[in-house]
Ligand binder design. Sequence first.
Ligand SMILES: Cc1cc2nc3c(=O)[nH]c(=O)nc-3n(C[C@H](O)[C@H](O)[C@H](O)COP(=O)(O)OP(=O)(O)OC[C@H]3O[C@@H](n4cnc5c(N)ncnc54)[C@H](O)[C@@H]3O)c2cc1C
Length: 470
Amino acid sequence: MNTTENRPKVLIIGSGFGGLFAARALKRADVDIQLIARTTHHLFQPLLYQVATGILSPGEIAPATREVLARQDNVQVELGEVTAVDLDARTVTASTLGVPRTLHYDHLIVAAGANQSWFGHDEFADYAPGMKSIDDALELRGRIFGAFELAELAAAEGRTADARAHTTFVVVGAGPTGVEMAGQLAELSHRTLRHDFRHIDPRDAKIYLMDAADAVLGSFDESLQRKTRTAMEKLGVDVLLEAKVVDVDARGLDYEDADGQRHRIDALTKVWAAGVAASPLASQLADQVGLEVDRSGRIPVRPDLTLPGHPDVYVIGDMMTLDGLPGVAQVAIQQARYAAKKIGSSLGGRASLDRRAVDEPFAYFDKGNMATISRFRAIAEIGRLKVTGFVAWLLWLGVHLVYIIGFKSRITTLLHWVVSFLGRGRSERTVTQQQVFGRLAMDQVDGLAERAGRNLGWRQQGKEGRPDLD
Ligand SMILES: Cc1cc2nc3c(=O)[nH]c(=O)nc-3n(C[C@H](O)[C@H](O)[C@H](O)COP(=O)(O)OP(=O)(O)OC[C@H]3O[C@@H](n4cnc5c(N)ncnc54)[C@H](O)[C@@H]3O)c2cc1C
């Protein structure tokens, strides 16, 4: 890395879509970039459900950030949990595995993303984990494959009701993630596992997709919503709409229908794919500049993505709100490129990335939305164009291959897709006890450590802030 004393220092928080693409966009700028994130990897979240259902391995969707940026001389990648930003002092406080540090910046890009939200019921998380990290996906993988094992045992012992509850899966949240997850659970039980058991028939598994709203895929056109619902039902998924989850426990969940009637589903495995809460850094920044975060904890930013009174601080991606932009990867990527361009053009002289000043506010170019339903079937909405079925699935395949980071990952992902979509198999069915019980065990360790008065650094952010070092 070429470091010169007087080069401006750009500090980037986060190695997700916002952070990674910002660093890359500053490749030719005469600046020193420090990228700090609480994981050592960049995470391609849209394919987490494929790790959870045994199609892909974690490495394919989570390459090491250090490796991705290895050839970019002006960037230094660091592991660390940012716990505070001091806008007046232009410093960031971080903790790397419990070791506290203070970092200085000239320009700051905050791209710390969002966590799962259980809408004020964090206790649901124990029984209905979300899907935001590799840890989450592997825990879900363990729960899903483990549920079939328990069902086989229960059936062998004649405990039919238990076997039924073990092979009942509920996905809460009928957005793209919920639809994709439910579709894959259906494929897994109806195709992949159909010959693998002796006492149960995995094809009898019950899969529910539920949402408090009155449609699946709320952000898509109505015709696509209807088609998706029909396709899900054809796959054997029970779609429950206007169904609000009111309680979750180890053996199942309770929900209220549109008439306020309470119902119970006995299901061992629940997946929470509803609701996001911005990184707590958003509210911390908002407090310092006298702003209020929205219901999802996102900070409102100025049209040029900066904070009032702090033209060198950009907040991008899932943790900001601006003109109702959706929380999707393209917003984070385009904002990252915009912020990098603004920083580059503000440097002036030799250090400038782009000598033309960028005066226009950020403008989002919507490239469209897509979601897979099952193998060979997807929906896509690109402007006024609506595509469904196999063509949409090919589009989905192409777009995801383009955005997966790294040539190696693209090749291995493609191979895994051939195994799973052309064949019946899934090559990533390995489950370890640590994956299944790790989260709860770590909560206990955290609790013990806290009681012992030890500072483990990551406690400040609660459960979600735990470092993820796989
Ligand atoms: C399951 C799932 C499926 C999705 N599917 C799609 C899809 O199909 N299409 C689509 O466009 N979008 C999809 N999204 C949304 C998309 O992934 C996000 O919009 C995008 O990742 C936002 O980028 P970001 O940089 O703001 O945040 P992220 O990508 O979440 O990155 C946040 C980064 O900040 C780091 N971080 C967080 N807190 C701290 C801290 N305190 N200190 C240091 N580092 C920190 C994290 O480790 C991470 O590196 C999906 C999201 C999920 C969860």
